[in-house]
Design a protein around this ligand. Structure first.
Ligand SMILES: *Cc1c(COP(=O)(O)O)cnc(C)c1O
Length: 395
């Protein structure tokens, strides 16, 4: 019996080698990766620039020093993140939930500074923000919350893409200090916030002087063809939590702030022992520099479109398929029925993917995927889905 705690329903496969968008298991079987370790492995596997930077870091002998001292690589990473986000200050942590936890603390402190005794944050149905007590309370999924009550208070939930619901809260609740939204809900099923909705939300935030928190832990960092989804909508949020793809496999998170959220945290307000250590920062700098130099944003848009259109052409009108949706290399295929068994069937066919929200096939390939590999994702996925739908229709 394994001593690893039983918190995941794992497939019995172990990937032990990787190159580009390809993985090999212990038996030597080769797989095409359309998941990137859940939007983490931005540069795929064995990327020379990242591997070299990490090897140099190891050779220096210094993986960690602590935030008691200056960390030049942290300053370099923060400069780059400020440049691509258009914001001002970066707090480094180690995961997505920590980035969101920092964002929630920023919002509460901002509220207190405005004289709100019990600041509240508007959050969305079906959102996922993490599994700490505060972030699971912000999450819009009973499955994530059940068994961990009492929840952290101070969250007001509304449906996504419903501005009237937000206006209603604005009218009746004077405690609101911020809105927190995942512009494309990842765990919730690749639910895309309309750009006009995001702009409307931003307008309300301006009028009410609320912080706009854009949780781009999964959808951000180039995956949609721009660095961040809010850039498609053409405005700047106040707080942007990041993690997943930021270190291309090395654990790292960041809470980026600007606008009204700038200067809210002062020495002593927040911290993390590991946050921003030289190892993680080396990965961030190498990842962002490689993305820029290799044009991976444009690549994500081009290859994502090819995959989406390929799937839509083959399956879009099939009965049993609700919708093919997403942006860039963040793609969801919603079926009318639960389809978790497709994960195993895809593995058998040499394709790594995920199913979320029970009935949504989720694709989050490495951003280095080329067009031929994108076509191969379609070629491997389509027959699987067709067979699945036929079997279900016959049953
Ligand atoms: C994954 C995810 C998180 C949580 O990240 P962890 O690193 O697992 O804590 C938070 N928000 C979004 C949008 C995510 O996709």
């Amino acid at each position: 019996m394994s001593h690893v705690m039983n918190t995941y329903a794992r497939q019995p496969v172990a990937f032990v080698r990787g190159e580009g968008v390809w993985l090999w298991d212990e038996a030597g079987k080769k797989y095409l990766d359309a998941l990137a370790g859940i939007a983490v492995n931005t540069l795929g596997y064995g990327h020379p620039r990242l591997m070299r930077a990490l090897a140099d870091r190891l050779a220096s002998g210094v993986l960690h020093t602590s935030n008691l001292w200056r960390i030049p690589m942290q300053e370099a990473a923060a400069d780059r993140i400020a440049e691509i986000t258009g914001l001002d200050e970066v707090f480094f942590c180690n995961s997505g939930l920590e980035a969101n936890e920092a964002a929630i603390k920023v919002a509460r402190k901002y509220g207190h500074e405005r004289g709100i005794a019990e600041p509240a944050i508007i959050v969305m149905e079906k959102a996922f923000h993490g599994r700490s007590l505060a972030t699971l309370s912000a999450t819009g999924s009973r499955k994530v919350q059940a068994g961990f009550e009492p929840l952290v208070s101070g969250f007001v939930r509304v449906p996504l893409n419903d501005l009237d619901a937000v206006r209603q809260v604005a009218e009746h609740n004077r405690n609101v200090a911020a809105v927190m939204v995942e512009p494309i809900q990842g765990e919730g099923g690749i639910n895309v916030a309309r750009l006009d909705y995001l702009r409307g939300l931003k307008e309300i935030c301006e009028r009410e002087q609320w912080l706009f928190i854009s949780d781009e832990v999964q959808c951000g960092l180039g995956r949609t063809g721009k660095w961040f989804v809010y850039q498609h909508a053409g405005f700047l949020p106040d707080v942007v939590p990041l993690a997943k793809g930021l270190g291309s496999g090395v654990p790292v998170g960041a809470c980026v702030v600007g606008g009204r959220a700038r200067g809210i945290f002062k020495p002593g307000n927040h911290g993390s022992t590991f946050g921003g250590n030289p190892l993680a920062m080396t990965a961030v700098v190498a990842t962002l520099d490689a993305m820029k130099d290799e044009g991976l944003l444009a690549n994500a848009e081009r290859v994502g479109k090819l995959i989406r259109e390929g799937i839509a052409q083959a399956l879009g009108r099939a009965s049993g398929v609700v919708e093919v949706r997403g942006m860039g290399l963040m793609i969801g295929v919603e079926l009318t029925q639960p389809c978790g068994e497709l994960v195993k069937q895809a593995l058998d066919a040499g394709l790594v993917l995920n199913v979320t929200a029970d009935n949504v096939i989720r694709l989050l390939p490495p951003l280095v995927m080329n067009e031929a590999e994108g076509r191969e994702v379609v070629n491997r996925l389509v027959p699987l889905v067709k067979a699945f739908l036929e079997k279900r229709a016959a049953a």
